[in-house]
Ligand binder design. Sequence first.
Ligand SMILES: C[S@@+](CC[C@H](N)C(=O)[O-])C[C@H]1O[C@@H](n2cnc3c(N)ncnc32)[C@H](O)[C@@H]1O
Length: 228
Amino acid sequence: MNMTPQRWDNTNTYLREVFGKQDSVLGGLMPAAIAAGIPAIAVSADVGRLLHLLVQLACARPGATGRVIELGTLAGYSGIWIARALPPGGKLITIEPEPKHADFAQRMFAAAGVADRVEIRRTTGIAALHDLARELGPQSVDAVFLDAIKTEYPEYFRLAHPLIGRGGLLLADNVLGSGNWWIDEAAPGEARESRDAADRFNRMVADDPDFEAAAVPIREGVLIARRR
Ligand SMILES: C[S@@+](CC[C@H](N)C(=O)[O-])C[C@H]1O[C@@H](n2cnc3c(N)ncnc32)[C@H](O)[C@@H]1O
């Protein structure tokens, strides 16, 4: 079957229609964020549900801590999907250096009724991972979701690797593309750097003997890797 551009669009529409059902808090979140001047770069609803399902699985395994890290909060859309998957007593630590985004997300976490289990850290992904390694120690989290600066993905992986417990998950959005690049080609400059970093990251995770990895071509590509 040829994957024409039309069929790709139709497939994404179908996936959102069938697997992207969401409540009014999630449905209204990004329109309100965009009206407030926040960019429309959240994951789609079908990716949100995939994250939700994977976090449920990671947190259900024996020895789970109920702790999840997200790099790149934006308006809190993916964070709410993740927070709603946590077991009782679980916690999402989500990282966002842009004050406008963090303030908006804080209000959305309250509106969604998950503020008690979400901590926003207003710092960069790399600084946060250094801090969390010191604070929490090795193999202390059930899942890490990467969705911040694409050129930093290889460094995020290096820093997140020791934090993830056995059977825990590394998840990453945009491993096949983003607004201005796709994995099979990229415009010059920044787009090329993002594409090359995503390619490096994918190969690093795929070749790492500590992880079993796959990527699914849903929306802009989601990597799923389980620590052995
Ligand atoms: C693609 S958006 C995240 C979308 C969000 N995960 C969602 O799907 O709802 C990327 C976010 O990363 C934030 N960001 C920018 N620089 C960062 C950095 N160095 N570390 C962590 N996050 C950063 C941006 O401000 C933006 O809010």
